[in-house]
Design a protein around this ligand. Structure first.
Ligand code: UDP
Length: 350
């Protein structure tokens, strides 16, 4: 009775304190950015840190760059070693996990599928296992349009059939399916973000795209512009597209980073676990990309027409209506010139 009267009298004060406590907890908690030394992870790490979140970057540096970890706390560790994962959760107050660490060379995944299934699938299960052990239940996953396989309709929506045509895409789809099961069984909440072609660089020029070996179209073109390569190969000119070359949906890496933050906020406010495409919805052919790069760099970029690259669908263009409506995502760099300009600003300094 006395307690009830006390609660009634001090209800407002208690509620205000609860809100303050929530803010304090928020400031104390950290986001684990797995693979945060890589291309997309490092851009997310910058953007989310700017928004006031505290991050712990966990990366084995097999492909990542330590010098890209300019924000938050860095822990070098390997998802293949479950103790490495446990110790990061034991040391830091992790409230949510963003998982970027994966091998991403489609061709290599065909030649060496085990490498891809062990890292992209088994190691992700290790991460999820520790999350469940430590009762961390918010997960943002880097998925891919490669889970769709050859498109049967364009633009590709989230309801498009998923029939991946290579082990890279199959591994990502497997994890998506695990997430669905884990959500039902363990209430793990997730947002799985299916990227189209990530491109561009941090507009401030602090970080950018750097792969070894480089296989992506835009950095290869810019290597030619910078005089580091003689020419860029055009893989196939006989596709059923207006100029015969493949069409892709290029999305700026900072826009991808923003989508991750919005997805996290969506889960924080109790949004339902779901899958979201992230693309601009505009397709550009290989020849158009080369032409735009010539305009931006004012260099005569030599292009050589060659055979098709196995496993390349002619057109991949996504509809991101769902991310725009549900997450309130609005890409800022929705123009190919802007994307290439940021990439060139970074690239020409290398
Ligand atoms: N591409 C090309 N020459 C290259 C690299 C890529 O013509 O040296 C083409 C490739 O066939 C695809 C597009 O450029 O149609 C984008 O390829 P990228 O490897 O950048 O990304 P992906 O679409 O494979 O994720």
């Amino acid at each position: 009775m006395i307690l009830r009267r006390f609660i009634k009298k001090y209800k407002n004060t208690i509620n205000q304190s609860k809100d303050k406590l929530k803010i304090i907890i928020k400031e104390f908690n950290m986001i684990l950015v797995v693979g945060g030394a890589g291309y997309i992870g490092s851009h997310l790490n910058k953007e989310i840190s700017k928004k006031g979140y505290k991050t712990v970057v966990f990366d084995n540096l097999s492909y990542g760059h330590e010098e890209f970890v300019k924000w938050g706390t860095f822990v070098q560790g390997d998802l293949g070693n479950i103790q490495d994962i446990r110790s990061v959760f034991e040391k830091y107050p992790i409230e949510a996990v963003m998982h970027f660490a994966a091998f991403t060379y489609v061709g290599e995944s065909v030649e060496d599928p085990q490498k891809y299934y062990l890292n992209n699938v088994k190691n992700t299960l290790n991460l999820l296992q520790v999350m469940l052990e430590k009762n961390v239940k918010q997960f943002i996953f880097s998925s891919t349009c490669a889970t769709y396989g050859n498109p049967v309709e364009i633009p590709i929506t989230e309801n498009h059939p998923q029939n991946p045509i290579n082990p890279y895409g199959r591994g990502k789809l497997m994890v998506e399916q695990f997430l669905n099961d884990y959500n039902k069984a363990y209430r793990l909440e997730y947002a799985s973000l299916r990227y189209f072609n990530a491109a561009g660089a941090d507009p401030d020029g602090e970080i950018g795209e750097s792969h070894n070996p480089e296989t992506h179209l835009i950095p290869l073109i810019l290597d030619v512009a910078a005089g580091k390569r003689d020419d860029v190969k055009i893989f196939g000119t006989d596709y059923n597209t207006p100029d015969g070359t493949c069409i892709r949906d290029y999305i700026h890496v900072t826009d991808l980073a923003d989508a991750h933050i919005l997805a996290l906020k969506y889960l924080e406010r109790g949004g339902k676990s779901d899958f979201f495409n992230l693309g601009n919805g505009n397709g550009f052919s290989v020849k158009e990309v080369i032409e735009t790069a010539r305009e931006i760099t004012c260099k005569n970029i030599k292009a050589v027409e060659t055979e098709r690259r196995p496993g390349d669908p002619p057109i991949l263009v996504g509809s991101s209506l769902k991310a725009r409506e549900v997450l309130k995502w609005k890409p800022k760099y929705d123009d190919l010139s802007k994307i290439i300009e940021t990439a060139w600003n970074w690239h020409k300094r290398l």
